[in-house]
Every structure is written in C-alpha cells, then in structure tokens.
Design a protein around this ligand. Structure first.
Ligand SMILES: *Cc1c(COP(=O)(O)O)cnc(C)c1O
Length: 254
C-alpha cells in the first residue's frame, strides 16, 4: 500500500493469523452454504469475490489458497485504482485468479481499470461506459461489465434507478459496444440493521433482472453481484451469483 514501508513481516502471516483466517473462512462458507441450501442451491456454485481494499498481498494470497482448497470459485475485487499495483506483488502475480473492479469509477482511471479487471462491477453512469469502452478499444481487449443499480435509494450510492426504464438503455448501449459486454447487475444493499429493508433492496435487484430477461439474452443479465459480509445470507437467498466479501474473511478494516 502507498506510504507503507515493506518489512520482512509483510510477506507472511503468523500461524495465529492463518488460524484466524481459517476460522473466518469456514464460518463464511457455512453461512453461504446454509443460505443456499434453504433455496435449493449449492453454495459452491456461488462465486466468492474477495474484496481486497486495504489488505496486504500476504493476507490476500492466504485467503485465495484457503478458498481454493475448499473448492470455491473465486475472484479478487479491488475498489481503489491506487491499490491495483499491489496485485502485481510476487505473492499475487500470475496466480490465475480472475480480477474484478468493484469500486466507484472515475473516467480518468478507466485505463488502469481496463488493464486490471476482466469484470467491472460498477458501471453506474453513461460517461463511465464511454470511457471504459474507449480504453478497452485502445488496449485491444474486451471487458465484461455489470450495471450498478441503486436499490436502496441512499443518496451516497451510485447506480441507475431499479427500473427497466432506467437500466434497459444502458444495457442496450453496452450490448452495442464492441469492447464491453454486459453480463448482469450489481448492487450494494441498504446500509441498515433492518433485515427487511436489506432484503427488499436485494430482492429488487433480482426482480429487475427477471424483468430485463424478457428483453435481453440470458447471458447479458446473468449475474447478480450482491451481498457483503453483513448481508451474505439474504443475498444468497435472493439469488446472488457473486458475493463480495471483505471483513468477514480478513477482519475489520485497519
Ligand atoms: C468493501 C466492499 C465490499 C466488502 O465489504 P465487507 O463488508 O468488508 O464484506 C463489497 N463490495 C464493495 C463495493 C465494497 O466496497
């Protein structure tokens, strides 16, 4: 991380830290599996995205190894363009784990994000789509993207309104792109301890996807990226295909 002096300790976790991570991961997987089972789904079919913001390469590398041992489909998701560089650390480079970008996008970071991520979760405005499209074209790559939807109505959150009218035009636009491919929707659940409000925001995303299915090909609206440490079970019950987990695996953020 920027400003952090590397020390010998940075490249390994202590046995105690590893033990703690094993406990946390097994707990997270048990939560996911139980929720999946309640809906007749298989927990191992749900992609586990490690939200890596503010985490060290050593922590990320251990989490990847533990999830792999447990047979999970994994990805890493970075939030901050400034933290992309840490994924080139020898502990993480060439590990074959798909890289996603999950943070708020700025047009002036589009080049870095396109170079880094094969799936970008956070297309929340038309001008972001245009910037990513242009940069992907210049780099000669095609990138998968999710349309971010504001399902909670919270003003602090980006995203399109959770209606067909608000989202179909951006999906149409992405579908017409030669360098971007729409593959689904993403949301951040309502930020509240009221489980009913959280469920309502997450089920909004699923219902929107179901309505969009009438207009688009299955693959273009296939994914629902939703569920974080606090609302994993609800998200899985409501149909998440990708959950984005940080603190439940790595502990509270520094
Ligand atoms: C940080 C972050 C997560 C993970 O949050 P936790 O509560 O730590 O699990 C998921 N999605 C996004 C967009 C994030 O920024």
């Amino acid at each position: 991380m920027e400003g952090m002096t590397p020390s010998a300790d940075d490249s390994v976790l202590s046995p105690e830290q590893t033990e703690l991570m094993i406990e946390r991961i097994d707990e997270v997987l048990a939560r996911i599996d139980a929720a999946a089972e309640r809906r007749g789904r298989r927990g191992s079919d749900i992609e586990m995205l490690l939200a890596t913001k503010s985490r060290r390469p050593a922590e990320i590398a251990v989490a990847i190894e533990l999830l792999r041992e447990r047979g999970r489909t994994i990805a890493v998701g970075e939030n901050r363009a400034q933290e992309i560089a840490k994924h080139s650390d020898p502990l993480l480079a060439d590990n074959g784990v798909p890289r996603h970008f999950i943070g708020r996008l700025q047009t002036n970071k589009a080049r870095d994000v396109v170079a880094f991520a094969e799936l970008i979760h956070s297309v929340d405005r038309e001008d972001i789509a245009a910037a990513l499209e242009r940069r992907a074209g210049m780099a000669g790559v095609v990138r998968d993207v999710l349309v971010q939807v504001n399902t909670s109505g919270e003003e602090s959150k980006g995203g399109f309104a959770p209606t067909v009218e608000a989202t179909a035009p951006i999906i149409e636009r992405l579908r017409a792109s030669e360098t971007l491919r729409p593959v689904g929707l993403m949301t951040i659940g309502a930020n509240t301890s009221d489980a009913a409000a959280v469920r309502s925001s997450l089920s909004n995303l699923r219902m929107l996807r179901d309505r969009l299915r009438e207009r688009f090909d299955e693959a273009q609206v296939a994914h629902l990226s939703m569920g974080m440490s606090g609302d994993l079970e609800i998200a899985v019950e409501e149909g998440a295909t990708i959950v984005r987990v940080g603190s439940a695996i790595f502990g509270a953020r520094p």
